[in-house]
Design a protein around this ligand. Structure first.
Ligand code: SF4
Ligand code: SF4
Length: 200
């Protein structure tokens, strides 16, 4: 029997990234990070905070303190429903939803998240939109499972086949007819493409 983990979240200062807060502040959406007074209004307002690994107030505190790995591997920003309740109620008018977006963009780029489903799904979605101008759900899900859990894709194949036979999903890659390059330029400018390697 293994030794019980008494202090699961113990971190030493040498393991922190003390420049993480400044990195978030320097990116679009993260500018207000250091104006937070840690009142907790956002966490009490947030309808999904009970399901988050770290509440909105805590994720801000951890970001400022340099808990880079814990923040970028958490489910907090991926559960954010972009309802803006926190932003409306914040006494400092901090756009917490934008901070969540900023953290999402960083999480997608993080090499250690290469097999975490939510960042990979977001990355594949962005690549599909960049390449075709549209969301191609079948291929987005297929590439996500291939990158995250290839064996799971085999388990899902029968379900996918039945959905396809009933006309519920399509394997065609639909493309928008307009100027796709402008969408790609827009996504690159917004910094949402993890890598410049769309799949045609
Ligand atoms: S409501 Fe605003 S000031 Fe209060 S903890 Fe949340 S972000 Fe910080
Ligand atoms: S925008 Fe996100 S973090 Fe803010 S209250 Fe809504 S779900 Fe919670």
């Amino acid at each position: 029997m293994g030794t019980p983990q008494i202090l699961p979240n113990l971190r030493y200062q040498q393991n922190l990234d003390l420049g993480f807060g400044s990195e978030v502040v320097s990116r679009p959406g993260g500018e207000d990070l250091y104006r937070c007074i840690q009142c907790g209004t956002c966490s009490s307002t947030c309808p999904v905070s009970v399901y988050m690994q770290h509440t909105p107030r805590k994720i801000i505190a951890m970001t400022r303190a340099g808990f880079r790995e814990d923040v970028l591997s958490s489910n907090t920003m991926w559960l954010c429903a972009s309802c803006y309740s926190c932003t409306v109620e914040c006494p400092k008018q901090i756009k917490i939803t934008d901070i969540m977006y900023s953290l999402k963009r960083l999480a997608i780029r993080e090499p250690r998240n290469a097999r975490l489903p939510a960042p990979v799904l977001a990355d594949e979605f962005m690549k599909s939109v960049a390449a075709t101008g549209r969301s191609n759900e079948t291929w987005t899900i297929t590439w996500t499972w291939l990158r995250v859990r290839p064996l799971e894709l085999l388990k899902q194949a029968w379900l996918g086949l039945r959905l396809w036979l009933k006309g519920r999903i399509s394997i065609a890659r639909h493309r928008m007819t307009g100027d796709r390059r402008s969408i790609r330029r827009l996504l690159k400018a917004a910094g949402t493409l993890a890598q410049d390697r769309g799949r045609g």
